[in-house]
Design a protein around this ligand. Structure first.
Ligand SMILES: [Zn+2]
Length: 232
């Protein structure tokens, strides 16, 4: 019988995926998305373990204590975002194809959600299913009003529970505070302690450095302009 565990839950979600597929030639859209998903998979490193792919997203977890330092997880996440952006920029620069899929690559970006909580692991033949209120919570967080509230289309969202556990409180001053409320009838008491509070790691548009502390962009087109590329 599985017993409840505590740990980090993480969803890396490709922004703009649905609209992109809808507006694109499927063949090239599929190629691009497969490359980007493969990149996300490759950058999910132990002790972070992939539970499963969820369409345009990779859902992973790490049990408590597997990261020696919270900063390690933070760096993995930031490196993933950076690698994603660099791969996307390269795809845009290198394609000569004029199909909708290739022209619309610039509409894609990445959102990462990080939560800390309790879950059960259910080993299934092809993957490990995670269950629990905190698993539900992180999935609900992917549907949010962050973009409307902050203008950020690409961001890393840490719940307060994740921030506390990661020990990155001292960096809180650099985070944008954000609040989401959800209709969690029957679960309110369990989740109220951290559910409504989340923080965002926001963003400069400078992707030229290898280790920017902040990234995420409010304007896709500007970052894809030639001017911007030539300085990279
Ligand atoms: Zn194409």
């Amino acid at each position: 019988m599985a017993k409840p565990q505590r740990g980090f839950l993480l969803i890396a979600d490709i922004t703009g995926y649905t609209a992109y597929v809808h507006a694109s030639e499927l063949e090239h859209a599929e190629d691009s998305l497969r490359s980007l998903l493969n990149l996300l998979i490759k950058h999910t490193r132990l002790p972070q373990i992939i539970s499963k792919l969820e369409g345009d997203a990779v859902f992973s977890y790490a049990v408590d204590g597997s990261f020696l330092q919270g900063q390690t997880l933070v760096e993995m996440i930031e490196n993933t975002y950076l690698a994603f952006r660099q791969a996307l920029e390269l795809m845009i620069v290198n394609t000569t194809c004029t199909c909708n899929a290739c022209r619309n690559l610039g509409s894609l970006d990445l959102k990462i959600f990080v939560h800390y909580g309790t879950f059960m692991l259910q080993e299934l033949p092809v993957y490990t299913e995670l269950v629990g209120n905190d698993v539900n919570l992180i999935h609900r967080l992917t549907k949010n009003n962050v973009a409307e509230a902050t203008g950020l289309k690409a961001y890393i969202l840490y719940t307060q529970a994740a921030i506390n556990r990661l020990g990155i409180q001292e960096e809180l001053g650099q985070l944008i505070s954000h609040r989401e409320s959800y209709d969690l009838i029957g679960e309110v008491e369990d989740l109220a302690g951290f559910c409504p509070y989340a923080s965002l790691r926001g963003a400069s548009q400078d992707l030229s450095g290898l280790k920017p502390r902040f990234y995420g962009r409010t304007d896709h087109r500007r970052a894809h302009s030639r001017q911007n590329r030539s300085t990279a």
